[in-house]
Design a protein around this ligand. Structure first.
Ligand code: ACM
Length: 524
């Protein structure tokens, strides 16, 4: 065809443009801004179309990183149950033309750190780019939330797996975003702990602190002091049979968490909260007599004998064995509620324990009472109840983890009719758990002093996963957002709408969450 006039060329040009855009838009139109992502990302830009995940989609990993390949397989396994797709994971340098999910390490700005990522969804492919495999893993959790909610089903679903196109840029405001599980008051087995880790990973948490010892039970095998678990692990609150993790089982938990970029922080609580140890070894008591095992829920009545040299031999063995099986940087030594230890005994005890932890190549974390001791600048104070302890810690140049009991304690009842839980720190409704800013919590403590936040679940009244889920969800999702999303992007009225929408996913996951009508039956 010979084009005679400019008007013909113009018409042809327009037709080509229209044809191209028409053929390109065969994918259903979707708006990425309609999707709920918890915690809320730094920025979301929508481009109005969709990508369809299907049985031929490939997961394509750039480079030879073993960690990245593993994360690619994690994604394939995540997608498989609900879709039935057995997605191939490859690390060749030849990218397919289309229909792939691309995972790649590439340098993003410093604000992205280790955990930030850029997730881009185009009509033909999806890519997650990050500075490290950890960032890719966090990005996968976002991808998961923008897939149809049925992706959370454990059995195969018949549907098309469309994802809205656009770009998400994201990174956390705090580097430490944790949960704590008390496995001492009631024991939770390896399977339960793994299940919990899986739930935490979905909201980009990166720490699980295990409260391994208390008056009612010692839950970690120490080979040089076997009676700790033989005897000290044999019961729990209410007189049940208790239990403990062998070192091999603990390592299995650590590995499972590592694959989800979650650090396990083990806690051996001392010098108080030690009845289970005192009952197992008489020499740890000042009078040389072992007390009975304890199955009640009182606190503050036990203490190691801080004057005896043998106590430090014991602590040295426990910390050494624990450090050997803990790849994470931190060991938690408790230090709370030592009501029957005199302050003049408590301070030198904590000082010596700190030296032992440091000599084993770890940093020490303790509950806020440890701020009374001569803490080093790399020791971390976990605030739970006394503002002045946290402030004292910061004066000593320690960083703090925020676990305000009246905001983050997941064992506090929601309201006066919650059957489970305690209420000494007050009721914590979903709104109260969400509606606070870490850097405005304690006078004199600013963002630079704060490592992050942690949500403890003490288990005096919590005996199984159904009960755990009810106390944890949905409050922990709010805590995850406080830790990740900058204060300026957070707002309760916006959050409650997103949470309600997100609850469809909790239902499909089978999580037993608390669902007050004011949020979950409201018309927003
Ligand atoms: C604590 O709740 N005793 C740290």
């Amino acid at each position: 065809m010979k084009l005679k006039t400019p008007i013909y060329s113009f018409v042809l040009f327009i037709s080509i443009v229209l044809l191209t855009s028409w053929s390109g838009s065969k994918n259903p139109r979707m708006n990425l801004l309609d999707e709920v992502i918890l915690p809320k990302p730094v920025s979301v830009t929508a481009s109005g179309s969709s990508f369809e995940l299907n049985a031929n989609t490939k997961i394509f990993v750039n480079g030879k990183s073993v960690a990245l390949l593993k994360t690619g397989h994690y994604l394939a396994n995540l997608i498989k149950p609900a879709t039935g797709f057995d997605l191939k994971v490859t690390s060749t340098s030849k990218k397919p033309n289309s229909n792939y999910i691309y995972l790649a390490i590439s340098s993003l700005g410093p604000e992205f750190g280790n955990e930030g990522y850029k997730l881009r969804i185009d009509e033909k492919d999806v890519s997650i780019i990050a500075n490290s495999p950890e960032g890719i893993f966090r990005g996968i959790q976002t991808l998961r939330q923008i897939l149809p909610k049925e992706i959370e089903a454990s059995a195969q679903q018949q549907k098309s797996w469309l994802i809205a196109t656009g770009e998400i840029l994201d990174y956390p405001q705090y580097g430490y975003r944790g949960a704590m599980l008390d496995v001492a008051r009631h024991f939770f087995n390896v399977g339960d702990v793994k299940k919990y880790i899986g739930m935490l990973a979905a909201y980009k948490l990166n720490v699980l602190h295990l409260h391994l010892t208390d008056d009612q039970g010692w839950r970690i095998e120490i080979k040089s002091w076997p009676n700790l678990t033989e005897h000290g692990g044999s019961t729990e609150i209410g007189g049940g049979k208790g239990g403990f993790y062998t070192q091999e089982e603990y390592k299995e938990i650590v590995r499972y968490a590592q694959d989800r970029y979650i650090t396990i922080i083990p806690e051996i609580d001392m010098p108080g909260h030690t009845n289970a140890a005192l009952a197992s070894y008489p020499e740890l008591n000042c009078d040389g007599k072992a007390p009975e095992l304890y199955t009640g829920n009182k606190v503050g009545f036990s203490t190691f004998c801080t004057h005896k040299e043998s106590t430090y031999q014991f602590v040295g063995d426990v910390i050494r064995e624990l450090a050997e099986i803990t790849p994470g940087l931190y060991l938690h030594i408790g230090g709370d509620e030592s009501h029957v230890t005199q302050l003049e005994d408590y301070i030198p005890f904590i000082n010596r324990v700190q030296d032992i932890v440091l000599a084993n190549g770890k940093k020490m974390i303790g509950w806020d009472e440890i701020a009374h001791a001569d803490i080093k600048t790399n020791t971390i104070v976990q605030f739970w109840v006394r503002l002045e302890n946290a402030q004292k810690g910061v004066t000593k140049k320690a960083k703090v983890i925020l676990s305000p009991a009246n905001k983050t304690y997941l064992d506090m009842k929601y309201d006066s009719i919650t059957e489970l839980g305690l209420k000494w720190a007050g009721f914590i409704e979903v709104e109260s758990a969400y509606n606070w800013d870490p850097s405005a919590l304690i006078p004199g403590i600013t963002k630079k002093d704060i490592l992050g936040i942690e949500s403890p679940l003490w288990t005096e009244t919590i005996t199984n996963m159904t009960e755990l889920e009810f106390m944890v969800f949905p409050r922990i999702i709010g805590h995850a957002e406080i830790g990740w999303t900058s204060d300026s992007l957070r707002d309760w009225d916006d959050y409650k709408v997103r949470l309600k929408k997100h609850s469809d996913r909790l239902k499909i996951k089978g999580i037993n969450y608390y669902a007050p009508d004011v949020i979950f039956k409201a018309e927003f």
